[in-house]
Design a binder for this molecule. Sequence first.
Ligand SMILES: *Cc1c(COP(=O)(O)O)cnc(C)c1O
Length: 359
Amino acid sequence: MGYDFKITRTASPKAKPDQTALGFGKYYTDHMFLMDYDEGQGWHDGRIVPYGPLSIDPAACTLHYAQMTFEGMKAYRNPEGGINLFRPDMNAKRLQNSNDRLCIPRIDVDLFIEAVKALVDVDRDWVPEAQGTSLYIRPFIISPEPSMAVHPASKYWFIIILSPVAAYYEGNDKELHGSRIWVEEEYIRAAVGGTGFAKCGGNYSCGMIAATEAKKQGCEEVLWLDAKEHKYVEEVGTSNAFFKINGKVYTSSLTGSILPGVTRDSAIRLMRKWGVEVEEKRLEIDDLLAAAADGSLTEAWATGTACVVSPIGLLRYRGENFPINGEKVGELSQKLYDTLYGMQTGTAPDVMGDWVVTL
Ligand SMILES: *Cc1c(COP(=O)(O)O)cnc(C)c1O
């Protein structure tokens, strides 16, 4: 509270894009948030300026050694014309944990939330209102410090940019559908002791090769197995994975290689509130495939800010297909999607009381 960010408004606002063809990350708003860190001074000079290119030294250490962290969250237009954020405190805390891992100084939870709110407020006309659309919020931290030495920087930039984005299911009549998932056995996403629990750039560049292989196999995403034994189910692409077997729901425990999703936590809490049994544990791929084969695996889905809930229709493993629920969307997946999306967009009540922040 009480942050006084200097606001410099653009002299040339851009035309707003067509809300029916937003795509993902194709358009950016008129402004961005910037804040500097200097050793001895801490974070200072939070400000909102016109959106535009950064001038960065080619020796900036982030460009070479990927010392950086980021977050992903969304703002939705609510039926009253206001704007809803969803559990922004969770993103603020997760960024602190990511920063700790990457040796980047922490940003106070309040400061993070106020910066997000201030920027979204300045660009509030950019929050789209068409069904399923939202304003994607990308806070990130990089270092502009010229240094070829491998050590933590002493200068950083905290930046927030905003992008109006389409419904995740834009091409599919905005309906949930079951996606096809490739079980990846060669490449890994993250190892215990590494950076899997942090949102940092390196985790994503190393996964692209597996996603490319999945596409070749006719699948949309990758199911990651653990790095050490290639035996336990971890995540789906850049989303957390859930499996309903014999009426009970399983998701991987937070072993250190799992990204603790805000949607994951929200789904677990909602299901427990509904009386659904949820267990966080390491699930073996062999047990999962056996359950798919004998029909006791009745639903599977992924969770993340981008998709909210994305049902899994089929697992492809060593050239063999394992359909789930006839590749149709399950009842619990649909209920979770409707409830979470309803809360986020303000078309359903915030049954948890303090998850939705309105501005
Ligand atoms: C961001 C992310 C998720 C989902 O987290 P949410 O907070 O729900 O958006 C899951 N897995 C990975 C690897 C991620 O980067």
